[in-house]
Design a protein around this ligand. Structure first.
Ligand SMILES: [Zn+2]
Length: 185
């Protein structure tokens, strides 16, 4: 069974796994089941495009889940690979982070959320780096999308590049925090 460290991680996993027809996302009913003393989060719904039944089940780990936008504690994800996390971060960052500082205050809140999400996703990639190793090992890329990301730009999964990526995203967020309040007309 899929093991999720948080609700955020379960949702991202579902976003990354489109319906067989290609449609992403579905209206899901969410419930918690207990099976043999283990808490299981069940999401069920119907694909809005083709009508297929969609369902996902996640076992929730015992640790207290992290506050959003973090996806988990210090342990790496067991259901989303490092390439998928970097891909997600890129998707969100192009839309939000880089434009953050040039955006009117009213629109900043959503962008700030996007930037924080992008930062959290890159931080997840770092959790896959074994101590003393300079690059995320190739065998940890287990999804098709993740492997494609790694093949396309393996240098982006080197420790130095990941730390630089995190630092850049933190600067954007901090800059936004400094300039956002009290912007009178
Ligand atoms: Zn479908």
């Amino acid at each position: 069974m899929l093991i999720a460290r948080s609700t955020q991680e379960a949702h991202l996993y579902m976003d990354l796994h489109a319906c067989a027809c290609g449609a992403e996302g579905f209206e899901s009913e969410h419930r918690l089941d207990e099976r043999d003393g283990v808490l299981v989060a069940v999401y069920e719904g119907v694909c809005p495009r083709c009508g297929r039944a969609r369902s996902f089940e996640f076992r929730l780990i015992d640790e207290l889940p992290p506050a959003p936008p973090a996806f988990g504690g210090p342990e790496p994800s067991r259901i989303i690979d490092p390439g998928e996390f970097l891909w997600v971060s890129d998707q969100v960052a192009t839309d939000s982070g880089l434009r953050l500082l040039r955006t009117p205050p009213a629109e900043r809140h959503a962008q700030r959320e996007g930037s924080a999400f992008a930062l959290a996703a890159v931080e997840e990639v770092l959790k896959f780096l074994p101590r003393g190793v300079d690059s995320v090992p190739g065998e940890l890329f287990t999804s098709e999308r993740g492997r494609a990301e790694h093949d396309r730009a393996p240098h982006r999964f080197e420790r130095a590049a990941l730390l630089e990526n995190v630092a850049r995203k933190r600067r954007v967020l901090e800059g936004a925090g400094r300039t956002a309040p009290h912007q009178g007309a």
